[in-house]
Design a protein around this ligand. Structure first.
Ligand code: CU
Length: 645
């Protein structure tokens, strides 16, 4: 813990007097000492001058019925925050079908339980042009650790080479037998399509076999059923010539840990009705996908684990708002680790910082660069320090978005690695040959840092832990402000609640920052007790909220147009020095492709300021934004919501 500044002399004298009294009374001195230090610290952090310098943290009082495991959080254009747990990494809730979301209104601290139709735990999300939140994927089965696996299991690919046109129905429990007589059964029913017969131009007919993946587990418990090489399996009940064309192939049926299984469900959260709306399913089930806005208002879903917990190898898909459907995007085949940090660029291409969260081949898709969606090429952006420590990092497009500087913050080695970095780095994509340049190091190596763009154009960096999922009680309470103009970090007040895995932070319309979640693996420094999910919500009021009167926007249009100007009334236009649009956050696993701050040109008029919205949907995506103005003291107004299109 950072030592509190030594300002409160009055309290110190008081404490020394108390200490002398304690010694005279033979009270335990270290206890009294720590009591005195805590009292001084409490006094200090509540002084006006400290708040002006470092800001202030406070715990949000949440009635017990609304306390949930905040795995996902999104700020809606109604000013309310949707907080989603789904099953919240709680196997009991998953098995009971208890999926949770709440809506919190930061303006009056009212809460509301939201009926949650499916387990959105570890899905992805992005805002649509109409302000609805698109959510895709989530959990369909919890993981099984190695000591929970009793039967060998894995994926069986059922192959049908017969083009006779009839589909074959296999019931759940269909048996697959190896040449040595080891039997497995399927866990779900499936329909196996016929092979396809295609007549080529030269008159030759070619047959393309159909393949369907099933999960199977051994009939007999124990290691004797483990088969680790590619093997062909006969399907029981399939006889004669049919057995030549219909069979199973499995590459590996083992007793290793089985990952979480993904859901293919997709929903919209409608801020107006405060309810989920079901849309068409994903074409592939996805767990830990990134959803990223495209320039034309569609949304690209990238990566994730599939319905059997395997990394999805390059199969991405697109949501079209007009038809409310997902369609495969074979033209954009590219493999990334889960929750890749992707950002929409003015060109419509995507920048990848190499930030990601949790799963994937350690050698595939871990290099930063520009993904050109017009031809699916990828241009590496070199120079990133600690390139093997991008997992569990945080990334963002720095303010102002026009500058096209992207930052990656902290992170660690793949999986449960003890390697963690304090590195920050910035890629300036406006340079002729973009490359990463060093930013300032964090106070200590940090996984899962949260980074929030504040309306004064600084980035507040908070939370995280030194080690994987807060191992060894390694949560970090330090908080920093990063200034993109000076490329420097400054220290801010420390939070009181630690945030690690499954945590997030976002900017509120009133300029405060909220931090939520945290899912430590262990509950003590010895790593012997199980951890508990952090349900407290903490609010940070940055220094700019303690520097006197705030500018006020009293009126203006609710819809603005890219490339056009708009007039907003304010009693003191002469005091306003800057204006920006900040797109609200939708964040999970410290992954947030949404937040961006676009600087606006301003002109002062009588009783009003005129702002000009830049052009280009790749820079200013269609949707709802917060309009902030700031004054000479860099004090921001409360935001006004505007729809930009
Ligand atoms: Cu997760």
């Amino acid at each position: 813990m950072k030592a509190p500044p030594s300002r409160p002399g009055r309290l110190l004298r008081y404490s020394v007097g108390f200490l002398v009294a304690a010694v005279l009374l033979a009270v335990n001195v270290p206890t009294v000492m720590s009591f005195a230090i805590n009292a001084i610290h409490d006094y200090t952090i509540n002084t006006a001058s400290y708040k002006q310098r470092e800001g202030h943290w406070s715990i949000l009082p949440v009635p017990s019925k609304y306390r949930i495991n905040a795995v996902h959080a999104a700020l809606l254009y109604t000013g309310k925050v949707l907080i989603v747990a789904g099953s919240g990494n709680d196997r009991g809730d998953f098995e009971a079908g208890k999926f949770k979301s709440i809506l919190w209104n930061p303006a009056n601290n009212k809460f509301k339980l939201i009926h949650t139709p499916s387990d959105m735990f570890c899905g992805g999300h992005a805002f649509l042009p109409d302000g609805k939140l698109l959510i895709a994927g989530g959990t369909s089965r919890y993981e099984l650790l190695e000591n929970q696996v009793t039967r060998a299991g894995g994926v069986m690919t059922v192959t049908n080479e017969s083009p006779d046109g009839t589909a074959i129905r296999l019931p759940a429990g269909a048996e697959f037998v190896s040449p040595t007589g080891i039997a497995f059964r399927s866990t779900e029913a499936a329909t196996i399509p016929s092979a396809r017969k295609v007549r080529q131009a030269n008159g030759v007919t070619e047959v393309t076999a159909s393949t369907t993946e099933l999960w199977v587990e051994a009939l007999n418990k124990g290691r004797s059923s483990v088969i680790k090489q590619v093997t062909k399996y006969a399907i029981q009940g399939i006889k004669g010539s049919e057995s030549q064309t219909l069979f199973g192939i499995a590459t590996s049926l083992t007793m290793e840990k089985q990952n979480f299984w993904a859901s293919n469900k997709s929903y919209l959260f409608n801020p107006a009705t405060e309810a989920y709306e079901h849309v068409s399913n994903l074409t592939l089930a996805r767990w830990y996908p990134s959803l990223v806005d495209l320039k034309d208002g569609r949304v690209l879903a990238v990566s994730g684990l599939n319905q059997f917990g395997q990394i999805i190898e390059g199969e991405n898909e697109i949501y079209t708002p007009a038809t409310r459907t997902w369609t495969k995007a074979p033209q954009l085949k590219r493999t990334f680790p889960t929750y890749p940090a992707l950002f929409l660029m003015p060109s419509g291409n995507l920048f990848y910082t190499a930030g990601n969260a949790g799963f994937g081949d350690p050698k595939v898709g871990r290099t930063p660069g520009i993904w050109d969606l017009s031809n699916n090429s990828f241009k590496v952006v070199p120079g990133l320090r600690d390139p093997n420590e991008t997992e569990t990092s945080s990334s963002l497009l720095l303010p102002p978005a026009q500058a096209q500087k992207y930052m990656i913050i902290g992170g660690g080695g793949v999986g449960q690695s003890q390697q963690t970095t304090a590195r920050t780095a910035i890629a300036d994509l406006k340079k002729p040959r973009p490359h990463f340049e060093p930013g300032p190091n964090l106070g200590q190596p940090t996984r899962y840092p949260s980074a929030v763009i504040a309306p004064n154009n600084e980035v507040i960096i908070t939370g995280g832990s030194r080690l994987y999922r807060g191992e060894h009680d390694s949560d970090i309470l330090e908080c920093h402000a990063y200034n993109p103009q000076t490329n420097k970090l400054s220290n801010l007040a420390e939070s009181t609640v630690g945030r690690d895995y499954h945590s997030e932070a976002l900017l509120l319309p009133d300029g405060r920052i909220v931090t939520l979640g945290g899912n430590p693996l262990y509950g003590n420094a010895e790593d012997t007790a199980p951890g508990t999910f952090e349900q407290r919500i903490e609010i940070y009021s940055p220094p700019y909220l303690y520097h006197g009167a705030r500018p006020v926007l009293t009126g203006g249009p609710s819809r603005v147009t890219r490339g056009a100007s708009a007039l907003f009334t304010t009693p003191h236009p002469e005091s306003i020095t800057a204006a920006e649009l900040i797109r609200p956050s939708a964040v999970t696993h410290v992954t947030n492709s949404e937040q961006r701050s676009i600087a606006l040109n301003i002109r002062r008029e009588a009783g009003a300021i005129r702002v000009t919205i830049p052009g280009g949907a790749g820079l200013v995506p269609t949707g709802y934004d917060m309009l902030f103005v700031t004054n000479k003291q860099a004090t921001p107004s409360v935001a006004r919501w505007v729809h930009v299109g």
